[in-house]
Design a protein around this ligand. Structure first.
Ligand code: SF4
Ligand code: SF4
Length: 354
């Protein structure tokens, strides 16, 4: 079941993706469940990667404040979601990051932190690995290739070496291949192509990283680059934008639609505005809820209405339905990584420095 027939098809306008969904399934794309609350707690980052879809950098100042974080925690309680997925920017740079983590973990919420690794070598963040291990955080770390030259070209000079150094540190405090302290790595293609099969790529990553650096991780998550943000600017500069979009359109796979992450989550932007996903946040396409009204704020969050809302879509959405599909857990079909799991809460720790 994809959607609710109450939604008039006329609101689809000239959204070719929305039309493709209707052609394939007979209904527009709507919410289904709320397993995860994903939040973007700020756009500041110590890096400024070429492919960054939210266009983060050290100069960005937008960040989520504590009252908004409290509303987020309330939305998790009211929706029954099992997982809080924290992203940025570099989420560790938000001054309330640790306070949020402690509050969530002490409530038994599974917490994912999407980290760029290199932040853990910056002043004030050297103990992030110990903090993460102590609170049982699930780390998802960017490492877009196992080759230094590719990582440095996409993310900046020395980023590969720094990332390896931090993974070694994480391995020392217990992160690695197990489920107790999971460390998952994220691959995304260097250019305008679809990711290769995730399972084979994971095996290649594991073999090379083990052989050359003696480091361990759990799963590889392969994510398709969506045609937005800096990645799209790059393609447009080289005249490759339209060809990439055509590739995504031609690779539309209707079997991915049930598993699209927007159907199973709530996304809260740094100012509390609700979105269907981080990509829609990046392009400032807020959710308009079940009635397609004005943009919604987390203070007005209604779980029942959210589950039946119409999802806001655009051409960029073809990136999620191409080939094996793409989500924050990687491929949708085949070997995607299940991220929305529940764990037992660790002992609250009031001694950590904020
Ligand atoms: S891709 Fe990640 S690490 Fe790179 S600038 Fe964007 S938020 Fe920062
Ligand atoms: S870009 Fe967002 S809204 Fe569009 S299909 Fe992907 S997850 Fe859903």
């Amino acid at each position: 079941m994809i959607a609710h027939r109450m939604i008039p098809l006329t609101i689809l306008g000239d959204d070719a993706f929305a039309q493709r969904i209707v052609d394939a399934h007979g209904d527009p794309l709507c919410g289904a469940s709320i397993r995860t609350v994903q939040i973007n707690i700020g756009l500041r980052c110590n890096l400024a990667c070429r492919h960054c879809h939210v266009e983060s950098s050290p100069k960005r100042t937008e960040e989520m404040d504590w009252p908004t974080m409290e509303l987020v925690l309330e939305s998790i309680r009211s929706s029954g979601a099992s997982t809080l997925d924290i992203t940025g920017g570099a989420p560790e740079m938000n001054p309330n990051f640790r306070r949020l983590v402690r509050a969530a973990r002490s409530s038994g919420i599974h917490v994912i932190v999407r980290t760029n690794l290199t932040i853990m070598l910056e002043d004030g963040h050297l103990d992030e690995p110990e903090f993460a291990a102590e609170h049982g955080l699930h780390l998802i770390a960017s490492l877009p290739c196992y080759l230094k030259k590719n990582v440095d070209r996409q993310r900046g000079l020395h980023v590969f070496d720094e990332s390896i150094e931090v993974i070694r540190h994480l391995n020392r405090v217990g992160y690695g291949s197990g489920d107790a302290l999971p460390l998952d790595l994220v691959f995304n293609p260097q250019g305008p192509s679809l990711p290769p099969p995730q399972e084979q790529l994971e095996a290649d990553y594991r073999a090379v990283l083990r052989r050359d650096f003696d480091i361990e991780f759990r799963h590889l998550i392969a994510i398709t680059n969506l045609p937005i943000g800096r990645f799209q600017h790059d393609l447009d500069r080289d005249g490759r934008g339209e060809r990439y979009l055509q590739l995504l359109r031609d690779s539309f796979n209707p079997a991915t639609v049930d598993g699209l992450m927007c159907r199973h989550q709530l996304h809260v932007g740094h100012d509390g505005t609700l979105y269907d996903c981080d990509f829609n946040y990046a392009i400032k396409l807020p959710s308009r809820g079940a009635d397609h009204g004005p943009p919604l704020h987390v203070r007005d969050f209604d779980p029942a209405a959210w589950r039946r809302r119409r999802i806001e879509t655009g051409m960029h959405c073809f990136g999620c339905t191409a080939g094996s599909g793409s989500s924050c857990g990687g491929a949708i079909i085949g070997n995607g990584v299940e991220l929305a799991v529940s764990t037992t809460a660790p002992k609250p720790n009031s001694e950590d420095p904020a």
